[in-house]
Structures are given as C-alpha cells and as structure tokens.
Design a binder for this molecule. Structure first.
Ligand SMILES: NC(=O)C1=CN([C@@H]2O[C@H](COP(=O)(O)OP(=O)(O)OC[C@H]3O[C@@H](n4cnc5c(N)ncnc54)[C@H](OP(=O)(O)O)[C@@H]3O)[C@@H](O)[C@H]2O)C=CC1
Ligand SMILES: CC1=C(/C=C/C(C)=C/C=C/C(C)=C/C=O)C(C)(C)CCC1
Length: 318
C-alpha cells in the first residue's frame, strides 16, 4: 500500500496531539504520521492516546520549529527524506496590552507562529516542487483574518501566516501543490489555560487605568465564558483537518466553527472595514447589555458556508 507520509508539528498536546492520533487511526490506513514535538519528555500523553498505532502508523520525533538544525535533522530522518503532507500546527498565544509586553515575548510569538512555518517550508518545499506533489496544511485561526481585542501580536502572527500562504498559493499551484489554512475559533486546549494564566499574571503597571480596566474587567473576565460557549474540542479540529487532507480538491481556507462564521463574514460584508470593528466595539463596551445577547445572536445566525457544508457532507472520501 502506498501510504502518505504526514509530518505534524506541536504534538505534545491539544490540536497537534488530536491530529496525530486521528490521522494515524485513519480507517483505510492511508497515512504514516510523524508526530513531532520540541520536547520528547512531553510524549507521554501522545503515547497513551496513540495506543496500538505507535510504531505502526505513528512515529514520534523531535522537532523545534524555532531551530533550523532540528527541522533539518527530523526531515532527513524520514524515509527517503520525503513527506507528502505537512501539518504546521505548533504555536503559542499572547494576550494583553502591548505596553505591558516585552519585545522578547512578542518576538517569540512571531518566531514560533510565523517564522516556524517559514523555516519548515524552506526545508520541504524544494523536494515537493521537484516531485510536483504535496499538501501544506497550516493551523491558522479566525484571528488570521480578523483581529480581536488584546490579541494584537498573536493576530499579527496569524495574519502573517495567511499573507505568506496566500502569496505562496499561486506558485504552489504551478507545481501542483495544495495549501490549506485551517481557521478554528476558540478550541479548549492547553492554549486556553496558558493564555489565561499568563494573562492573569500581566503586570499592568505600565498601562493607563482605562486600558488596565478594559483588559481585566472585560477581556479576562469574559475569556472563559467565550471558550465555554464557542469552544470546540481538539478532536473536532482533527476531524475537519482529516477531511481536508483526504479531499481531491482541498480548499485554500476552511473555518471549523460555524458559530463563529458570522463574525468573520462581517469583514467581507463591508469593504470599509468598519462593520466588524463597530460590532466588536459594541460587544466589548456595551457588553453588560449585549454580551449574552451577542452570543445568542451568533447562535441564531449559525449558518454554513458552502465549503464547510460540502466538507460536512463529504462522506465519500472518509
Ligand atoms: N486553542 C485555540 O483556541 C486555538 C488554537 N489555534 C492554533 O492551534 C495551534 C495548536 O494550538 P493548541 O493545540 O490549541 O495549543 P497547545 O498549547 O495545546 O499546543 C501547542 C503546541 O505547540 C507546541 N510548540 C510551541 N512552540 C513550539 C516550538 N518552538 N517547536 C515545536 N513545537 C512548539 C507546544 O509544545 P510544548 O508543549 O513544548 O510547549 C504544543 O505541543 C496553534 O498554532 C494555535 O495558534 C488556532 C485557533 C484557536
Ligand atoms: C474574551 C472576549 C472576547 C473574545 C475572545 C475570542 C473570540 C477569543 C478567540 C480566541 C482564539 C480564536 C484563539 C486562537 O486562535 C470579545 C468578544 C472580544 C469580548 C471581550 C472578551
């Protein structure tokens, strides 16, 4: 059987872990998954979830997306040094007012979320081009298309990813390569806990009172509720991504959360860009009045884009 080689980054927890297990457990055994993580000391959860697939359709390797040597060594250790599908998932969040964040913290986010992808592609693209075959799947975010209050640097890193991939997509097409951006809304993983814990520890002494109050009493106060009401599971994201990699013509963009779609649609509905900003402003500053109403409104507005509908309905490839 001609099994496809899949390399996934950031598999120690969350979406990466769920992806590795879902794809390794593919019903038709179409894939060999190289599930990578920067610290192999964190492999226990994946080993447990992988079960019988470990050493069969799932292999665990070290890879740090911020370290070129580690990427080169990992790719060189693959059979014939080749891979068919890259899933760039490793990433980190950062919330808070920028005046309270150090340049080092901000650079770490860009280095991981954006340059991590660039480093991976520099390594694997030449061979994919030579073979005129390959699929690059990137776990982006709805924040790759729409900024959210106090996520300035994180959203910028995901916008960078999207701009990079959009530019790259035309060249990729010339070589018969596919690129797909997966755009989840909130997903309940370590990411949520890390961002919340770090957010709560923010030293707000450099922020003015209005900003500090907005961050503490609006953003952080409602953070958990957003994840509780809109959050998907990492397994949901893995299921969507599994569908994307088994499609004949995978889409360039795919949002996983139909509850969130109305928010991102606001951006396309108004070329001036004011509609989403005004709407977020109302959600934030009139949130006592409209916050719960807004969430209910999102639920009422729940609708499916043609693409996600097609994916939900596409049972033929699974
Ligand atoms: N959770 C959410 O709400 C959403 C998440 N996303 C995106 O999904 C992706 C996965 O996040 P999620 O599963 O939620 O969060 P987790 O924190 O659970 O997982 C992040 C993974 O990335 C790894 N990682 C971080 N830095 C590096 C690095 N330098 N090299 C290799 N691996 C690294 C972490 O490893 P380690 O354990 O060593 O830190 C961990 O395995 C991210 O790109 C994130 O931006 C998108 C939309 C929503
Ligand atoms: C908490 C909060 C908000 C929304 C937060 C959201 C929607 C977070 C999404 C996180 C994602 C998608 C992370 C990963 O990529 C609002 C609406 C601004 C109102 C104020 C409080």
């Amino acid at each position: 059987m001609n099994q496809k080689i899949v390399l996934i980054t950031g598999c120690s927890s969350g979406i990466g872990l769920a992806l590795a297990v879902r794809i390794a457990k593919d019903e038709k055994k179409r894939f060999i998954v190289y599930a990578t993580m920067r610290n192999l000391g964190k492999a226990e959860a994946l080993v447990e979830a992988a079960g019988r697939t470990l050493g069969r359709t799932l292999v665990i390797k070290q890879l740090d997306v911020c370290n070129e040597d580690s990427i080169k060594a990992c790719v060189a250790s693959l059979p014939d040094g080749k891979l068919d599908i890259l899933i760039s998932n490793a990433g980190m969040g950062l919330v808070g007012p920028i005046e309270c964040q150090s340049m080092e913290e901000m650079k770490a986010v860009m280095d991981t979320n954006f340059f991590g992808l660039v480093r991976l592609l520099k390594e694997i693209l030449p061979d994919m081009k030579k073979r005129k075959s390959g699929h690059i799947v990137v776990i982006s975010s709805v924040m790759g298309i729409q900024g959210i209050l106090f996520n300035d640097i994180y959203a910028a890193s995901k916008f960078a990813v999207e701009g990079f991939c959009e530019s790259m997509a035309v060249q990729a097409m010339r070589f018969n390569l596919n690129i797909s951006l997966i755009e989840p809304g909130p997903v309940v993983t370590e990411f949520e806990h890390k961002v919340y814990e770090e957010g709560m520890k923010t030293d707000l002494s450099k922020a003015d009172k209005v900003t500090a109050d907005m961050f503490t009493n609006i953003y952080m106060k409602n953070f958990k509720q957003i994840y509780e009401s809109l959050g998907q599971t990492p397994e949901d994201i893995a299921e969507h991504t599994h569908k994307i990699i088994t499609m004949d013509n995978p889409p360039f963009r795919h949002q996983t959360n139909t509850l969130y779609t109305p928010m991102t649609t606001l951006k396309y509905a108004d070329p001036s860009g004011d509609l989403p900003i005004d709407t977020f402003y109302k959600m934030v500053f009139e949130h006592d009045k409209v916050f719960n109403a807004s969430l209910n409104f999102l639920k009422l507005l729940r609708w499916r884009t043609r693409k996600s509908f097609a994916i939900d309905k596409d049972k033929s490839n699974s």
